[in-house]
Design a protein around this ligand. Sequence first.
Ligand code: MG
Ligand code: MG
Ligand code: MG
Length: 305
Amino acid sequence: MYKVIGHKNPDTDSICSAIAYAEFLRQRGMEAEPFLLGKPNKETEFVLKKFSVATPEIVSSLEEGSKVVLVDHNEKGQSIDNLAELDLRGVIDHHKIDLKTEKPISVLIQPWGSTASIVADMYFQEGVQLDRSVADLLLSAIISDTLFFRSPTTTAVDKELVKRLNEIVGIDNLETYSLEMFKAKSDLGDMPVDKLIRLDYKVFEFKGGKYGIGVMETTDVDYALKRKDEILAGLKKIQEEDNLKAVYFVVVDILNSEAFVLSSDEEAKKLFKNLFSAEERGEGVLFARGLVSRKKQIVPRFEKM
Ligand code: MG
Ligand code: MG
Ligand code: MG
């Protein structure tokens, strides 16, 4: 039995890719099951509900020796807690590689806009039966991770695969559908601030130390700006508690392709301002036009520092 898992603080891509890849293995006669390392966000909930797909089981560890495949991540820090005790068999991902293994495993990494693109491509390349419900999830995950092709992570492959998947799915207006997804993602109610910051949150080791970067992709920037003071306090708290050099919260305005950035302290703010030539937008807020991708824009810039 292969257990397919996405990353912590799961997003639509990691969840849909895990479900779709487990199904791919089953179609090829293997036993496989997807698992999640956390609750789906509002966008993923919307997608699963729309296509009547059950939410996979949420776990924080798996039985020792379980055969696992990681999707949409390959860094230990983003993975299941007891990864060292598991039998890692494979990785399917679209992030930079930071992976050490004890034995050879199968690794499939493509510089495409989503892991779902890689999984969809496997279905098409190998002629594996692709049911409509799986095609729905893959299509939605590509739209989510590429911000419907607005993100600089988007490739021609992603666009071609969305076209092919939609021949199976048959959504009339993809633009309208993507707006529904983004709206669902933006509907956060009175979510506690710590949860808000960690909704799509990753820790990176750069030259200066460990940095936490939370991203909120939204069609409603004002929601975050109204909660600015609370978020600033939350960032400071996480910085101290997790002993980080700095923590950032990047509010990405999906429709306008720009970002508002909050930092855990003054020094962190200065650093970000310099690295990204950001402008001050009122007390404690930085603004960067064209900044939408942590993976392709933010992390590489910090790594060059
Ligand atoms: Mg992801
Ligand atoms: Mg992804
Ligand atoms: Mg993302």
